[in-house]
Design a protein around this ligand. Sequence first.
Ligand code: 5GP
Ligand code: MN
Length: 351
Amino acid sequence: MISINQENSIDLTTGAGWEELKSYFETHRKILIVSHKSPDGDAVGSALGLALVLKTYGHQVQVAVPDDSPGFIRWIPGHKEVLVLNRKSGKKIPQVIQEAEAIFYVDFNTTDRLGPLEALINEFDGLKIHIDHHPGGSEFSHFKLVNEAKGSASELVYDWIQQMGYGANISADAATCLLAGIMTDTVGFRVSSSYPEVFMTVAGLMACGADKDRINDEVYNSYSVGRMKLLGYSLLEKMVIIPECKTAFIALSREEMNRFDHRKGDTEGFVNYPLSMNEVHFSVLFTEQEDEIKLSLRSKGQFPANQFAARYFAGGGHLNASGGRFLGTLEEAIRYFTESICQFYSAYHQD
Ligand code: 5GP
Ligand code: MN
């Protein structure tokens, strides 16, 4: 029997909890799946892949996110039905939460990553299941399948499906969602994927009919002219290298992005380019948003992008891929960054 009042999260990676979960889902069918703000390919892919499989088994499933996905992932199967809090579809979310018998939290490690969705979700007092691959999260669920060694939450969703006995019925659409999550979070298997299990999962998904070529076309071969020119401008005119800390950064104002007809998601991936230089180990992209400066941080090797993001920019994430924010102007963010990175870099290399 599942006790909703249990104090500690049951760690599914130990093998405990699966039988309880199986019997719970035999009689509880209303499920909500939520993921983080500024959803990326893995957030949307893991949530929709799970949703499509659960629907096959007769569950009533909704997916909700705080804000819209970037254009490069909106083609993904099931995307039209996602409830987006700051859109018209978001009006349904309170009712869905009220009726839900279980909520899955996928691809994030602290509930504040839900942004304005957090307050609504906190009203929920039913069964909570956490599936994620970010390190250092807080405990907020009854069951967790969390493994920071994995390159994506989509792989853990695949594991969850298999362990629950739902693996025999993964549709081609569901498989495409999960493979899209894996491919985007590993940047096409360039990072966080040097272990055999990821390729076994990919093989399993391909056997179910996952459309790898479509993912590649939709995600990497669908750029607008504006995006391409903004990338060229960013690398030629805006990239700054700080050789003494092996760091590069690009800072883009709203005016600059608008000049290139910017659409949400256009700057995705820009931060990876400076890392392909031998002398750069840490790369940061600043983008001016309506109410804050957003930072995307990427590193090579053991340099902890997440620790830097957490200490100086109210963020976090993975060792090599993190996010953060700054309240102030772009110029102030850059000044604060250049001071803090040199401090952090020398302290890191003294330890
Ligand atoms: P991105 O640069 O793509 O926005 O984020 C990179 C990674 O860091 C993603 O895995 C994302 O979930 C995580 N991330 C981004 N912003 C934050 C944040 O504010 N806090 C935490 N803990 N993780 C973040
Ligand atoms: Mn992820």
